[in-house]
Design a protein around this ligand. Sequence first.
Ligand code: SAH
Ligand code: SF4
Length: 366
Amino acid sequence: MKFAPAKPPIYGQTLSALQHWLQNAGEPAFRAEQIMQWLYKKRANHWEEMTNLPQKLRTTLDASFDIAPTKHLLDKQSADSTEKLLLQMGDASLVETVVIRAPQIGVGLTKSRKTICISTQVGCAYGCKFCASGLSGWKRDLNAGEIVSQLIQVCQQEDTSTPRADQSIASFDNIVVMGMGEPLANYENLLEALRIVNAPWGLNFGARRITVSTSGIVPKILELAKEPEQFRLAISLHGATNDVRDAIMPINKRYPLETLLPAIKEYGNSKGRMITLEFILIDSVNDTLRQADALAKIATDLGAHINLIPYNAVPGMDWKRPSIDRQDRFHNRLKNKGANATIRREKGHDIAAACGQLKLQTESAA
Ligand code: SAH
Ligand code: SF4
């Protein structure tokens, strides 16, 4: 399904597209830079705040572009300082954006490092057996403006709680594209959004601080490898052999490990960056020592880092998180085999932080 908003979101416009639009409207192109300043540096919420624009132009802009394509519906704060925002789009679809805070010793939560996790689709077509986002299938792609707007929502919220000393910077340290949806299945909109985030007139946010996570769409991994930006790549591996991966991730039938692993290698070589392999630990499914050995081999061959994530139970699904002992046994085996692995005793468990879960809870309670 395609969503055609009544007014396109202003956050989906590039500087050159806005310059064109202004020229067609009989306005000087330099106004585009002023508008971008208001949006990205001063975080204006309303056209009326843009006081250096003529009133007539503000009215035309208001009639032509949506300045608030996402509405903040619900906020959940977890005990471990992860916060989840449930956002409503113009067509009432719900998506999730998560703020993960890693406190710095001695400076408290306000100065913590912040990572923002954004969504790229409403639902997901890839149907991984353990994932809440895939449960009711794919509804639609988010447009570039809806993707950027999630970050702006967080910036506006963070600016209120922690006023910025430097107005020109984003209010967070890292972006991970690990929310709802498969980012590489919405490639054009994703790239457009990330370029707006990256642009000096936009959020001016470095590509090296942006991680894109994929379940393994090989042709798109290879396409992303050719783009000039140095985005980081994370692969949702979750199985170290085809039999295990086939059982939980349908995409593996299309792009099995013998196709996926060379594509990961090519991405790493072309960007000169270490890749992350995400590995959810699911009890008795992929947490055996045989899997650990196969995973260690894959990671050492690729020079990749392994991120172990104990599974976050989803209501209605039978998969379980392994005991701490079993998690440690797996982690230690990887280390003994020389692999570079960390275990993320995940954040936000009490607020349903894994992808798609807050939306699922909200919809089933409705
Ligand atoms: N579609 C992309 C990005 C979104 S999913 C991808 O699959 O990589 C983001 C991450 O959350 C993926 O690694 C996914 O496998 C993981 N995930 C999904 N459900 C989870 C759950 N219940 N517990 C822990 N991680 C989960
Ligand atoms: Fe989609 Fe990623 Fe969930 Fe798989 S893990 S269903 S690809 S969002």
